[in-house]
Design a binder for this molecule. Structure first.
Ligand code: C2O
Ligand code: CU
Ligand code: CU
Length: 512
């Protein structure tokens, strides 16, 4: 059983372990502590003031996933697979991905389209494909109730009916999510609508995904501090973006839309442009903002997304980096959780013949639900690895909700660990954090929100019409070690007439 006294347990997730390190990397490790700065360690001494200023490797862009239209549906195919990937020059890691050995292709579809996605499991362990942030029937959501055995294929189909945004997909197997996601099983799922084309939308040209992950380079004896146990999970010592180490992006336009996903297991990033150059937030987890919001920094906890516009002036040489922040824990816990690190994320330069694009003044967004729309209030208390004192039980329904209703969910972090909170099958509004208006980055549609120790967030959560009393959706902490430890619970949507259960597993196997 998982309990709240598990503070001293080691996170079991491996992250992608390097399986070969060549001589050059080994020498770097043996060489001197100054070499460590080059791969971005958690030690603050000797960290370069502006890491990223020298990044030179052209950033990889995950390919768009091809589709075919069959009987009016846009049909996609994904295959989960394992392999080896040289994520850092000289260091080959054991990795996992979709349609490749690391990460997954970008899925793109328009609001209103019907999609059908076939997911084949070529791994040697069960997996799932969860469409994070998607509003769809629970039976199509890809949780552990829709497990895909090795060599099996699972198919999800639904109609996309939510505003343009940047969602993502990743596995959700019970207790194995950290392992699979941190080895690379993550991809973006972009939704377009009429409003979103006002923004730069040419994928890979002026519409650029940034999937940020941290990995650990370890050689066992040569580097100090083999992976550390942080209260929020495993923190890697090296950042990769779209699987590229020390990436550079050469802009061919004067304004670039970046869709940023924190796909790390536990690490939070406090993003800024060196040195405090203004950028513009245009979208949060579930949709666009009414107008671009000028910001100088942005905290992204695991699973959160942000769409930002970055102006790239002539002769620009910009550095997107993560700088120290406060996760609300003790100083020591903040340090082991990576909150004091300064890390280069991406260097952005501009091509000599770049074309000019101007910042849009207004965007079209969908009105957020308000407190007066809600009929039910619920309270959730976050412990060290529990929600309302309980650990995940796949056969227990924790919350029964009436389809088509809107509820107020108040989430309080009563532990001394930082957490975040994600609800499947919905996009919500943040009404207040500690009784005050939320930060600009939490004023749009959200499906995941960071909650520091002692903090309380009040969420306005609209639920869909997809009543299914026997198939649950999840809500959980998205720090993946916490999730794997059981910091997760289940809700079902009912039409108000039917009782819940018995629970139905759409993989055809019963777990109980
Ligand atoms: Cu990103 Cu339960 O999901
Ligand atoms: Cu999700
Ligand atoms: Cu947590």
């Amino acid at each position: 059983m998982n309990t709240d006294t598990g503070d001293s347990q080691q996170p079991p997730g491996d992250g992608p372990p390097p399986i070969r390190i060549n001589r050059r990397t080994l020498l770097l490790g043996l060489g001197a502590l100054t070499a460590i700065g080059a791969v971005g360690y958690w030690i603050t001494e000797g960290q370069p003031r502006n890491p990223g200023a020298t990044f030179a490797t052209p950033i990889r862009i995950p390919p768009l996933l091809e589709s075919e239209i069959i009987d009016g549906e846009r049909v996609f195919r994904l295959t989960a697979q394992a392999g080896e990937t040289e994520l850092v020059p000289g260091a080959v890691f054991a990795t996992m991905g979709f349609n490749g050995t690391h990460l997954g292709p970008t899925i793109r579809a328009a609001r209103g389209e019907r999609v059908r996605i076939h997911v084949t499991n070529d791994l040697t362990m069960p997996t799932t494909a969860h469409w994070h942030g998607m509003i769809l029937p629970a039976s199509q959501d890809g949780t552990a109730h829709q497990s895909i055995k090795p060599e099996a294929t699972w198919t999800a189909a639904w109609q996309i009916d939510q505003p343009a945004t940047t969602l993502w997909y990743h596995p959700h197997p019970h207790g194995q999510t950290e392992l699979q996601v941190s080895r690379g099983m993550a991809g973006l799922f972009l939704i377009d609508d009429d409003a979103s084309s006002a923004l730069p939308s040419e994928y890979g040209v002026d519409d650029i995904p940034l999937i940020i992950q941290d990995v650990t380079i370890q050689s066992g004896r040569t580097l100090p501090g083999t992976p550390i146990t942080a209260p929020i999970g495993r923190i890697g010592n090296t950042v990769i973006v779209n699987g590229t180490h020390q990436p550079r992006f050469q802009a061919s336009t004067s304004l670039v839309r970046f869709r940023i996903l924190n796909a790390s297991a536990a690490r939070c990033y406090n993003l800024e442009l060196a040195t405090r150059v203004t950028f513009y937030l245009v979208g949060t987890d579930g949709g666009l903002l009414p107008s671009p919001e000028p910001l100088t920094s942005l905290l992204l906890s695991p699973a959160e997304r942000a769409e930002v516009l970055i102006p790239v002036p002539r002769d620009a040489d910009l550095v997107l980096r993560s700088v120290p922040h406060d996760l609300g824990m003790s100083h020591g816990d903040n340090i082991t959780s990576g909150a004091e690190d300064t890390l280069g994320i991406l260097r952005i330069t501009r091509a000599a013949d770049a074309t000019t694009k101007t910042l849009p003044v207004a965007l079209s967004s969908t009105a957020l639900p308000e407190r007066k729309d809600t009929t039910t209030e619920r309270h959730f208390t976050l412990g060290n690895t529990t929600i309302n004192g309980k650990s995940m039980d796949m056969s227990r329904i924790d919350t029964v909700i009436t389809a088509n209703s809107t509820e107020t969910w108040t989430i309080s972090n009563s532990s001394d660990r930082a957490h975040n909170f994600h609800i499947h099958g919905t996009q919500f509004a943040v009404n207040a954090v500690n009784g005050a208006a939320p930060e600009p980055q939490n004023r749009g549609w959200k499906d995941t929100i960071f909650i520091a120790p002692g903090d309380t967030a009040e969420l306005i959560v609209p639920f869909s019409s997809f009543a299914d009393p026997s198939t649950p959706y999840m809500y959980h902490c998205h720090m993946l070690w916490h999730e794997d430890q059981g910091m997760m619970a289940q809700y079902v949507l009912t039409d108000g007439e039917h009782q819940t259960g018995p629970l139905h597993n759409n993989n055809g196997e019963s777990h109980h």
